[in-house]
Design a protein around this ligand. Structure first.
Ligand SMILES: Nc1ncnc2c1ncn2[C@@H]1O[C@H](COP(=O)(O)OP(=O)(O)OP(=O)(O)O)[C@@H](O)[C@H]1O
Length: 604
């Protein structure tokens, strides 16, 4: 507990570095503003008890000039305070936005919905907006309340006692408001995420909804969640609105009570006439921050929750070790007893996978749908961490590389290639700031997509639109291949790269694989169609989360075995035949094959 509190403290210190000093300054500035806010009360006292009694116009003029001067000072300090708060908000935003966005990028990969991830990004907005609102002003004014209480007490102890009782009641009300809105606010937040996740999913499936005419049902599903969200929001607003109204009424009641009590004290000769108004003004001013805090309870709670989440995020990010820079890998890839679980559910998807490939080799991974091939690709590229065992490049485990440094040596083409909302050039060069055009063209040529790109309206500078939707499925895959090959990475993982490819595209793919092999890279190719496996030296079969066979291609894709498999009556689709039928048998030999190939450094 103590340890984690200390860590949280250090995260907070890091974010708030420099801002804490400003907060102390703001607190002192608020003190000055609050003292100056007594001007009105003092003015009343002086008018009634001095100017009117003496009947002196010069006294009246002098008091008035002094009061105007003090009011102006108060105004100037108020402006300074607001401007500082806005800048504190901006500074927090500048510090937190990159961390929050890093989280937005990381969360979907770990099984969270994109809308939940985006909500974390909005936390920064919430915090910044709060800094520019009345909320922090109320917080900075609250500690100075005793000034006004003391002033009223000084006028008459009974008036002071009444004001203190009022302040106590209103503070209790503020605490109850905060406590009552807290749970509702988090429920409202959860419902916002749920509703936005459905909106996001509907938007992504727009074409399917239109084509098969179930858009209205999708809208109805969204509407139901939206109704739930609105109900929660209404309740939260009802609660804070009710308490805000109660607090306002109480405040008015208190003000009248003070006026009445002051009048009574005047009648019985214990108070001057000027003190009646002075006491009323000062007590109203004492209550103002509490009232403001209650009025802003919803925003305060939202900001508090946002701050807590962001602070925890910073803490997690801060505690990640910063790995040392390693030399570029150039010899081998080894997977050693690797077990992978789904980050979101913890379900084991791949267990005890072991194989090895040397520089210049291509490994084909085949197996039935849902067997775990994509999971393997995610593990090899460091997208998902290993639960047990390790993936190593030249002996160094994936986590020993910082993401940026490792990524340079990895080319990855996912099953569903989605491109960034950027130009062709930026997409291929992985958003590199000042990429070498020759490298981009080299990657494009290797993916045989250069000719296609130069025919686009703006060539390499063509903007691809959201998710790269302005190019065809096949073109997108070839651009994805070019991006994977950019910078000649050591390990190129291609997840069913031939799914949308025409014969020309397949030829490009084969040439690209040969290219990577000849320059001493390693290709891991996940494929359904055996035709794509020609360039592979090794083949692994992944079934039910296990590597059931691994060895030289000729051994695993034995033509006799294939023929035998085809002859079997229950043969599945051609591309799965080799996998489904040959695997168990191959598994027996290839498991030893796998061991042999590991022992021999992966050479067939
Ligand atoms: N993000 C995820 N969270 C939880 N389970 C997952 C996730 N992704 C995949 N799975 C599960 O892991 C198993 C393996 O999936 P994977 O995508 O690796 O299969 P695959 O062999 O690539 O299949 P295909 O050939 O159809 O692409 C499946 O049972 C799937 O339901």
């Amino acid at each position: 507990m103590g340890h984690s509190a200390k860590k949280q403290g250090s995260a907070a210190v890091k974010i708030l570095g420099g801002i804490k000093g400003l907060a102390v300054f703001l607190l002192l500035l608020s003190g000055v503003i609050n003292i100056l806010a007594l001007t009105g009360s003092f003015y009343m006292l002086q008018i009634y008890d001095r100017a009117l009694v003496s009947g002196s116009i010069p006294t009246l003029a002098a008091i008035s000039v002094l009061a105007i001067g003090l009011y102006m000072f108060q105004g100037v300090f108020d402006i300074i305070r607001t401007q500082i708060l806005v800048r504190v908000g901006a500074r927090l935003d500048r510090r937190l936005a990159p961390v929050a966005h890093q989280l937005v990028v990381d969360m979907p990969r770990l099984g969270y919905s994109t809308s939940e991830a985006l909500e974390r990004g909005r936390d920064v907005d919430t915090l910044r907006t709060f800094c520019g609102s009345q909320g922090p002003i109320a917080i900075f004014d609250l500690p100075w309340m005793p000034i006004f209480l003391a002033f009223v007490y000084f006028l008459h102890p009974t008036l002071g006692a009444l004001t203190i009782a009022g302040a106590f009641t209103l503070t209790t009300l503020a605490i109850i408001t905060e406590w009552r809105t807290r749970n509702w606010s988090s429920a409202t937040m959860a419902s916002t995420i749920e509703r936005n996740a459905i909106a996001d999913s509907n938007a992504r499936n727009a074409e399917v909804l239109k084509a098969m005419g179930f858009a209205s049902r999708a809208v109805a599903r969204f509407t139901a969640l939206n109704d739930k969200h609105l109900e929660l929001q209404t309740r939260t607003s009802d609660i804070s609105g009710t308490y805000s109204a109660i607090s306002r009424v109480l405040r008015m009641l208190l003000q009248s009570a003070i006026l009445g009590l002051a009048a009574y004290l005047t009648i019985i000769g214990q108070l001057s006439a000027g003190a009646i108004i002075a006491a009323t003004i000062a007590s109203a001013r004492a209550m103002a921050p509490i009232d403001m805090a209650i009025g802003n309870a919803k925003n305060m709670e939202a900001a508090r929750a946002a701050w807590k989440r962001l602070r925890n995020t910073v803490e997690v990010m801060e505690n990640q070790p910063r790995p040392m820079r390693l030399p570029a890998p150039k010899s081998f890839l080894s997977v050693e007893g690797m077990t992978i679980s789904a980050p979101a559910t913890g379900r084991v998807l791949l267990s005890d996978i072991t194989f090895r490939a040397q520089a210049g080799q291509a490994v084909g991974i085949i197996g039935p749908s849902g067997g775990g091939k994509t999971t393997l690709a995610r593990a090899l590229t460091g997208i998902w961490p290993t639960l047990r065992g390790a993936v190593r490049m030249d002996g160094a485990e994936m986590r020993q590389w910082a993401d940026d440094a490792r990524g340079v040596h990895i080319g990855y083409m996912p099953q569903d290639v989605a491109l960034l909302d950027a130009t062709v050039e930026e997409n291929i060069a992985r958003l590199a700031e000042d990429p070498n055009p020759e490298d981009i063209v080299e990657a494009a040529r290797a993916a045989m997509v250069h000719e296609m790109i130069v025919r686009l309206p703006d060539g390499y500078r063509t903007h691809l639109g959201p998710m790269g939707t302005s190019v065809s499925g096949g073109q997108r895959q070839r651009l994805g291949l070019a991006r994977a090959l950019y910078g000649n990475p050591f390990l190129v993982v291609l997840d069913e790269p031939n799914a949308h490819l025409d014969p020309e595209g397949e030829a490009a793919l084969t040439a690209a694989i040969e290219g990577v092999k000849s320059r001493g890279g390693i290709v891991v190719l996940i494929a359904h169609r055996p035709s794509a496996l020609q360039s592979c030296d090794l083949i692994g079969v992944i079934q039910d989360g296990k590597l059931t066979a691994f060895g030289p291609r000729e051994e695993i894709l034995n033509p006799r075995r294939l023929a035998d498999a085809k002859a079997q009556p229950k043969a599945a689709p051609a591309n799965n035949v080799a996998v489904n039928s040959a695997a168990p048998e191959a598994g027996a030999t290839a498991k030893s094959g796998a061991k042999r190939s590991v022992a021999q450094g992966g050479r067939p």
